[in-house]
Design a protein around this ligand. Structure first.
Ligand SMILES: [Zn+2]
Length: 470
């Protein structure tokens, strides 16, 4: 425990105090399952800590070895974890299939990849460190469902029982024989370890004759997910495990309770959100994606800034004074961008390229940056720092360019061009930004009415609506 104290003291050096307190309390008092795949946003909400500070604290905790970070590919349908890895580099398939939902999905970083934190064995051992020793119900809770499924803490077992006909442990290379009575409902035989499902549509006349079904689990090929039709009545089910894994197959009824159980969702830390987090970028500078890896993001907001007339500034006040001023302006930009859930991707001369998970955060940051620049000019009794800001939102690819996690695509080009259209102190944003519901709410609350500029971006987007945010 002395080692833990040392580690938490180290965490306190780099992370927010209340976030550190919440994490330390969780490690000391939390139940085992609460320390497996911790949902950063959920923990922040429960502890009453700012989300960005909690994410940063957990990242520092992972860096210090208190927690282990994992990147999980999720099924958008059932919220199940389809694949898990310690790095985003392993998310390399063009499609991930969910047997439970009988559906394949192309991975995107918006909602399909979550980032969770599990306590490290050297800090505290929990049952999930050995998943093969978890009970079938706990395996479902801790290993199958993602941190975005809002499983009820108190009534979880009751709800699971209400949808379960049978649930067993099946040791490696063993066979189990189950005798059960099929109700006249849609039934799913599902094993969350191998992700295999067999659907049975139970309908028609009640039979007294024993029906039989054999399901073989193997590593090499999953049984077909074609739906079988059976009658209500007795079933002899043989489950054969030809893998070297402990399986936890169950027979479930796809009824309303199951839909209710799977339909409960809560916000979670997405890969997109983490990539655009400043602390993450600072800690994992280059080691996020492979050189040839490209991952889709459906919606990311880009903000570009540039100093107007910086050449004249250097001439007027001299290099030394100008350097300090420009440095001060960079520091302010970094702080505001990070506080609004954004991250600086790169600086190009006096220009900055930043990303945000949503348009409203980018607008909030832009307004704060403009205010801060006014104050900075007042302090120096000059008009030296005149910033031009452009914002655009759209799809892009997360890539590695020049040893840096960067973004690629037309959205990035347009954002940069929109910024180039801005004059001093102006914030220009495209239609996709100001029309975003949260963004327009933010503007309305602030009594800000964007004016349409309809500036053509020749060669890229001739009819793009561009707005000036006064
Ligand atoms: Zn699914």
């Amino acid at each position: 425990m002395t080692e833990n104290r040392t580690l938490f003291a180290a965490l306190r050096q780099s992370a927010d105090a209340s976030a550190t307190d919440a994490i330390e309390k969780l490690v000391r008092e939390g139940k085992d399952h609460q320390l497996c795949r911790v949902n950063a946003l959920d923990l922040a909400a429960r502890a009453g800590v700012d989300e960005e500070r909690m994410i940063a604290a957990l990242l520092h905790a992972a860096r210090l070895g208190l927690f282990e970070m994992s990147w999980n590919v999720l099924c958008p349908g059932c919220g199940g974890v389809l694949d898990t890895a310690s790095s985003l580099k392993s998310v390399d398939r063009s499609e991930y299939a969910c047997a439970l939902c009988a559906c394949g999905y192309e991975p995107t970083l918006d909602e399909m990849v979550e980032v969770t934190f599990t306590v490290s064995p050297r800090v505290r051992t929990i049952a999930a460190h050995e998943p093969a020793r978890l009970s079938p119900a706990e395996y479902c809770r801790q290993m199958f469902w993602s941190s975005g499924v809002d499983l009820p803490e108190a009534s979880f077992e009751k709800m699971l029982e209400a949808v379960t006909l049978e649930m067993i442990e099946l040791p490696p290379n063993e066979k189990a024989l189950l005798s059960l009575t099929l109700p006249a409902e849609f039934v799913i035989v599902f094993d969350p370890v191998t992700h295999t499902a067999q659907f049975i549509d139970v309908k028609g006349e009640l039979t007294r004759e024993r029906q039989t079904l054999t399901i073989v689990y193997s590593r090499t090929h999953a049984p077909t997910t074609a739906t079988l039709t059976m009658h209500p009545g007795p079933l002899r089910l043989t489950l054969e495990n030809r893998t070297d894994l402990r399986l936890v197959p169950g027979v479930y009824i796809a009824n309303q309770t199951m839909h209710d159980l799977l339909g409960r969702r809560k916000p979670f830390l997405t890969a997109k959100r983490l990539l655009t987090n400043q602390t993450f970028r600072d800690i994992y500078r280059t080691d996020t994606l492979d050189v040839d890896q490209r991952l889709k993001i459906t919606s990311l907001t880009f903000l570009f800034t540039d100093l107007k007339g910086s050449t004249e500034l250097y001439e007027r006040v001299g290099d030394l004074v100008a350097f300090d001023l420009v440095k001060e302006h960079f520091k302010i930009l970094h702080e505001i961008i990070a506080a609004e859930a954004g991250a600086v991707v790169k600086t190009i001369g006096d220009a900055v390229m930043a990303t945000f998970p949503t348009p409203d955060r980018a607008i909030a940051a832009a307004l704060r940056i403009r205010e801060a620049m006014l104050r900075l000019n007042d302090k120096h009794r000059s008009e030296d720092l005149l910033l031009k800001i452009g914002i655009h939102e759209g799809p892009c690819l997360a890539v590695t360019l020049n040893d840096r996690q960067d973004y690629f695509g037309q959205t990035v080009n347009i954002a940069s061009r929109v910024q180039a259209l801005a004059v001093s102190r102006s914030i220009l944003a495209t239609g996709s930004v100001v029309d975003n519901p949260q963004a327009s709410e933010l503007l309305e609350t602030g009594g800000i009415k964007p004016t349409s500029r309809r500036l053509p971006l020749r060669g890229i987007a001739d009819d793009l609506a561009v707005y000036e945010i006064p």
